[in-house]
Design a binder for this molecule. Structure first.
Ligand code: ASP
Ligand code: MG
Length: 781
């Protein structure tokens, strides 16, 4: 049986609804024998630190106020999550504990670590009790009974025994993070944000298989995603780089988190409790992922030069101030980067060996593969200079370059740095689904096209899919002989296999190109998006799916900064979707889109001149392969209805298929029944059509099958059906088989914008998909 440890940080437990979200994650992902390590809810530890400071300053009033504040926060959580006896019990214990805190403070007997420990104790107790009310067999553990340190060193054997006997296979174990005991039984803490470390320690003691750190970001990013929208989420990061980032003060992982995992195969992932479906970042052993580029910022640090720094001293100092301290040497000198609030403690401890060389510094560090550091260091220097940032000190090491300045690296500056230093040389993994007519041509065109795009972007086709087999090669499939590779290596797959392969891809960007004719494949789009894939579709399924599903997909894409292109779903390679987007983005207002969006219907109406009957033309078109196998599929107009819906949604309208009026290009009597019935009664089609032609002629017009979308004031017209048009108009004079889009807007009013040309065909469609791919790459640059 596999054992897992899940750690939830303060932000994951900041309110009753966050506890509920955590409980849902536990219900869906955990089984008996798993452990849940928790931090203090929200900012409780900060509040407790304030309480301690007020106590030290002898400010009894402030102590009281803070106790009341804690009481209010905790009781609210308890009352919102528990009822009856369970709630009463926890509220009573909380009262006792806070009374003890107050009186200990009055009698000058408060102990700092014991005080801070309350935050985690409250979280674990409440979460376990809440899980019990949901029918989960949960047990709550105070980590002071599991982890013991003697003179700052973990008593490995004792701890291992304690953990192995505590963590049985029958319960879900909720364990306090952050705290431990010393050999006298006194509380000690593992450093601020130390619950990550608690989780990996526990995992190493109980030999768990995996640790999930659930936080408020979706994983490890190239930079802070809250500040820079184009931050890249890395699917894999190796331990060395993760550790370095933590030492440099990056908040994603605590600096000691990785040490218990050394020499183990325990898998570590970072994921978001706010978005449990999103694909996580896996922190892997050295060599299991290539080194990545990151930029992390530092704020409010002091630079301290130290003489004769001894081994282990930095660790002791970090322990003392409960924060990680980064250190580096330049020549014979050693420098410490200390959070400014703790400098005097550090300087004091070093007793005359420390010199403050810079105070209240901000800055940034570029972490990168070692062969890139030197050139990035130079680029960053120049860039900072052009941005008028005065660098006070800098340092270059094998894996990173560090810059310290008085100025703050704000979100705008960070975005510029990220843009120029990090997103260069990006990679895009391409997965192509559907190797039919269009798919094959697309792949054939890929070779040359990718070579062309390669100059700015590293693009690899890593997956090819047919409905029941797939071929995956993480480092790229050789396109010149994919067929033989397919023969030898394609395997059958399930949805889970496919998603697992996509999840494993170690690329900055991924795109799934759907050239299938499969509706069920389009239903996987939300899964692809959860796995951080951009989407390109050549069919209309997802674009015309029910509005709720469609909107959810859209917002999911937006949350993750992902793109979805489907230009070929309407008018094949014709740039209709581009044109609509472009007009709207440049401030125009589109009033009407009218046109013929079906090559088949275009061919039939434009070819008809009365010399043959309409049904004869239909049969001819079928022979020529211009129609669906049953041409009534074309005559029904449904395909045009779907296309019109896609255009409508592109214009920001929230429509569903049913909102588009549809009248077919055949009498109702022929729509039902078999194809044989149709053949037997096809003169009904001819009567139907000649009646339309006569009615049109009476008005001096000709018959076309069109779609129209028109917004005038509050009224919206959306319909597909027969239209009578002026013989001289663009719609009337279409080359048989062509599509046409007539766009009227504020700026193209009397003289509309017309896009016309072949709206089907494998070459133009494949080329249209390439144009979507090209567009995507431009956005990612
Ligand atoms: N609650 C502790 C802190 O805020 C530990 C943690 O969050 O991991 O530092
Ligand atoms: Mg198109």
């Amino acid at each position: 049986m596999t054992k897992a440890v899940h750690k939830f940080g303060g932000s994951s437990l900041s309110s009753a609804s966050r506890y509920q979200a955590v409980a849902n994650i536990i219900l869906s992902q955990c089984s008996a024998g798993d452990s849940i390590v928790v931090s203090a809810a929200g900012k409780t530890t900060n509040t407790l630190v304030k309480l301690w400071q007020s106590h030290v300053q002898g400010d009894a009033q402030a102590v009281n106020d803070i106790v009341l504040q804690l009481q209010a926060q905790q009781s609210q959580l308890i009352s919102e999550l528990l009822q009856g006896e369970a709630a009463r019990e926890l509220l009573a214990t909380l009262d006792d504990e806070l009374r003890t805190v107050t009186s200990a403070s009055q009698q000058a007997q408060l102990h700092e670590a014991t005080l801070l420990a309350h935050g985690e104790v409250w979280s674990a107790r409440l979460l376990a009790a809440y899980l019990n009310t949901l029918g989960v067999q949960a047990r709550n553990w105070d980590a002071r009974t599991l982890f013991t340190l003697h003179q700052g060193q973990l008593l490995e054997q004792k701890n291992q025994q304690a953990c192995l006997s505590a963590i049985d296979g029958e319960h879900i174990h909720v364990v306090t993070g952050f705290i431990a005991a010393d050999s006298e039984g006194q509380t000690v803490t593992l450093g601020r944000n130390g619950s990550d470390y608690s989780a990996t320690l526990l995992a190493s003691y109980i030999r768990a298989d995996a640790v999930s750190i659930w936080t408020d970001t979706q994983g490890v990013f190239s930079t802070d995603p809250r500040k820079v929208a184009s931050a890249i989420k890395y699917p894999k990061v190796c331990r060395g780089q993760a550790n370095l980032l933590a030492r440099l003060g990056n908040p994603v992982l605590h600096a000691k988190t990785l040490s218990p995992l050394k020499n183990t195969a325990i898998k570590l992932v970072v994921r978001s409790s706010y978005d449990p479906e999103a694909s996580p970042t896996e922190v892997v052993k050295e060599g299991y992922s290539k080194a990545k580029r990151f930029i992390t910022t530092l704020e409010n640090c002091d630079l301290v030069r130290v003489e004769q720094l001894q081994a282990g001293e930095v660790r002791e100092l970090s322990q003392l101030i409960q924060h990680s301290i980064h250190h580096f040497s330049q020549g014979a000198e050693v420098f410490l980067l200390v959070p400014a609030a703790f400098t005097h403690q550090v300087v004091h401890q070093l007793q005359g060996r420390a010199n403050l060389v810079g105070s209240n510094l901000n800055g940034c560090a570029v972490v990168a593969p070692s062969n890139e550091v030197t050139s990035l260091y130079q680029q960053a220097r120049q860039l900072l200079e052009t941005q008028e940032v005065v660098v006070r000190a800098s340092h270059i090491a094998q894996e990173y370059a560090l810059f310290l300045t008085d100025q703050l690296i704000d979100a705008d500056l960070l975005a510029v740095l990220h843009d120029r230093l990090i997103t260069k040389g990006q990679e895009l993994a391409v997965i192509i689904a559907g190797l039919g007519n269009v798919g094959e041509v697309f792949v054939a065109q890929c070779q040359e096209q990718i070579a062309h795009l390669q100059q700015s972007f590293d693009i690899k086709v890593v997956g090819l899919l047919r409905s029941n087999q797939m071929l995956f090669a993480a480092s790229g499939i050789t396109l010149s002989n994919w067929q033989s590779q397919w023969q030898n290596e394609a395997v059958s797959y399930t949805k889970a296999d496919l998603l697992a392969r996509i999840g494993e891809l170690d690329y900055e960007h991924k795109v799934v190109i759907d050239i299938t004719a499969s509706e069920s494949f389009s239903q996987l789009y939300p899964d692809f998006v959860s796995a951080d894939c951009h989407l390109i579709s050549a069919n209309k399924y997802a674009g015309t799916a029910p509005n709720d599903w469609y909107q959810q997909l859209r917002s999911k894409l937006q949350e993750r900064n992902l793109y979805w292109r489907y230009n070929t779903s309407v008018g094949a390679g014709l740039p209709i979707n581009f044109a609509l987007a472009d007009l709207q983005n440049s401030g125009d207002k589109i009033v009407e889109v009218e046109g013929v969006f079906s090559g088949t219907l275009s061919w039939l109406c434009s070819r008809y001149d009365g010399s043959e009957t309409f049904s004869e033309l239909v049969l001819q078109a079928q022979q020529l392969g211009y129609t669906e196998p049953d041409p009534r599929e074309d005559l029904s107009g449904r395909d045009m209805q779907r296309k019109l819906l896609i255009l409508a949604r592109d214009l920001g309208l929230t429509l569903d298929l049913d909102d588009i009026e549809l009248s077919p290009l055949m009498p109702d009597s022929l729509a039902a029944g078999s194809w044989q019935d149709f053949l037997a009664n096809r003169t009904e089609l001819d009567t139907f059509y000649t009646a339309q032609v006569a009615a049109a002629a009476a008005q001096g017009k000709v018959v076309r099958y069109t779609g129209i979308l028109q917004q005038s004031g509050a009224t919206l017209t959306a319909k597909v059906g027969i239209a009578f048009v002026e013989p001289g108009s663009a719609l009337a004079n279409l080359t048989p088989g062509d599509n046409i889009f007539v766009i009227r807007s504020q700026w193209y009013q009397n003289n509309p914008l017309v896009i016309q040309g072949p709206g089907a065909g494998k070459e133009v469609t494949a080329a249209g998909i390439h144009s979507d791919l090209y567009w995507l790459i431009q956005q990612l640059k």
